[in-house]
Design a protein around this ligand. Structure first.
Ligand SMILES: Cc1cc2nc3c(=O)[nH]c(=O)nc-3n(C[C@H](O)[C@H](O)[C@H](O)COP(=O)(O)OP(=O)(O)OC[C@H]3O[C@@H](n4cnc5c(N)ncnc54)[C@H](O)[C@@H]3O)c2cc1C
Ligand SMILES: *[C@@H]1O[C@H](CO)[C@@H](O)[C@H](O)[C@H]1NC(C)=O
Length: 399
């Protein structure tokens, strides 16, 4: 009984969007356990758009391993086939498992969208903005072809609309000579975009103003996190370390190279090209410029930007989105970016585990592996992580 009353000492590893969102939600959900520390090697930094009079960024760039500083970031739903769909039966077991992973992520994304849109409306200083999302597909899969105008795509009342054949024809007219690159399916809906520097700094500020504590340190293993709370009577560790602490063999990185330009676009727009490459424009709210992307390279460890990829991305943006700029030289480039998406095969690991240290068994709750979806899943994932923290903190859960 006495144990139940004493507060837990929560230490969250990681100050990316997942660790920050989780830490803020823990403060809100468990007000009697507000003794929370975030330990991380890196914390939110300002955008390279923040420059001195000679265009030198005011702060050094984050490392590529700190994914949250390199995201666009927008919310682009990933459609999936449900078991009721006639095509579902013809999928292999692996494909069906993947579809059910996407269905779980869809629920996290819908919950997150509700929160993000509320923040955009009530607190525009978070750097979140509600914006139209547009998608052009040159080689649409069955999941997209199954969608109809009026479906719930990104969130309830998102005004989802499949763009008509006549409109597509008009779009393709601009590139009539380029038969291999014609749009075959397109859609439009309401979504949101995030200025990641502003938003992560806002989350950190909110955490600190609620009594949270931060420690900047690089850990060699999860157990070292306990050293930052040496007085803890009832420690619980939350592992939101992205790709930084890597014994999990299911963890891979997906390299993403993008370009930040000062030019400001008006809607978050993605084109999935027939050759498997992607071209996208993600405007960053509050005058944060536009992110032009991007590559998705599994296991590619190169941390510097490749000039040939930069050229391809800029050329492709001019070709795919002719209403933005008419020539590559019209782009005002601010920075070349390389980030590592912390991707986990089979989806995010949101799970309770145990850390055995000096004979003590300490609960550890994992929350990592969001890949390219960390922002759009953040609040939904944080809710699941919080539930597991609550459960593992209950005395009967301790062994
Ligand atoms: C180019 C690109 C575009 C993207 N676009 C989008 C998008 O549009 N929408 C979207 O939702 N997502 C997008 N993402 C994905 C998104 O950035 C990630 O899913 C998200 O940032 C993951 O957050 P995280 O908190 O798990 O990890 P991270 O942001 O990587 O944070 C990890 C934290 O753990 C700390 N850490 C790691 N190892 C250690 C250690 N050993 N010791 C101490 N601390 C440690 C780090 O310092 C950091 O604070 C994009 C990613 C990239 C690269
Ligand atoms: C903590 O997170 C990392 C991902 O950064 C993962 O590889 C590792 O297995 C987790 N730690 C433990 C002890 O499970």
């Amino acid at each position: 009984m006495a144990a139940e009353a004493s507060p837990w000492d929560l230490v969250v590893i990681g100050s990316g969007v997942i660790g920050l969102t989780t830490a803020c939600l823990l403060q809100q959900r468990l007000p009697e356990h507000t003794n929370i520390t975030i330990v991380a090697s890196e914390f939110p930094n300002p955008s390279p758009m923040t420059q001195d009079s000679s265009n030198i960024p005011l702060a050094p760039a984050a490392s590529s391993g700190y994914a949250s500083m390199w995201a666009g970031a927008h919310y682009r739903p990933i459609p999936y086939l449900s078991p009721s769909n006639s095509q579902y039966g013809s999928l292999s077991g692996t494909q069906q498992r993947f579809q059910s992973q996407l269905a779980c992520e869809h629920h996290l994304a819908i919950r997150t969208a509700k929160m993000m849109k509320q923040l955009a409306r009530e607190h525009p200083e978070t750097g979140i903005e509600i914006m139209p999302g547009v998608e052009y597909l040159e080689n649409p899969p069955a999941e997209n072809l199954a969608l109809e105008t009026g479906d719930v795509y990104a969130s309830l009342d998102d005004g989802f609309r499949v763009i008509t054949a006549t409109e597509i024809e008009a779009l393709n007219k601009r590139a009539e000579h380029d038969i291999g690159r014609q749009i075959k399916w397109a859609c439009k809906y309401e979504t949101y975009v995030v200025n990641v520097h502003v938003y992560c700094a806002w989350l950190l500020q909110r955490f600190l103003s609620q009594g949270g504590r931060v420690v900047q340190r690089r850990l060699h293993n999860v157990g070292e996190a306990l050293q930052v709370i040496p007085e803890a009577a009832r420690p619980i560790v939350v592992n939101c370390s992205g790709v930084g602490l890597t014994p999990d063999p299911k963890m891979k990185i997906i390299r993403g190279q993008t370009i930040l330009v000062r030019n400001q676009y008006h809607s978050t727009t993605t084109r999935q090209c027939a050759d498997g490459t992607w071209s996208f424009l993600i405007p960053r709210p509050l005058g944060g410029g536009t992110v032009i992307g991007g590559t998705k390279q599994v296991g590619d460890l190169e941390t510097s930007a490749r000039p040939e990829e930069r050229k391809r991305l800029l050329d492709s943006a001019v070709r795919c989105f002719p209403d933005f700029v008419s020539d590559v030289k019209d782009f005002e480039v601010v920075s070349d970016n390389v980030g590592r998406r912390p991707w986990r095969e089979g989806g995010m690991r949101i799970e309770v585990d145990e850390l055995v240290q000096g004979g003590a068994r300490i609960p550890i709750v994992h929350g990592y592996g969001a890949g390219g979806r960390g922002y759009e899943l953040s609040w939904g994932a944080a809710e699941e992580i919080c539930k597991l923290v609550e459960k593992s903190g209950k005395p009967h859960a301790r062994l």
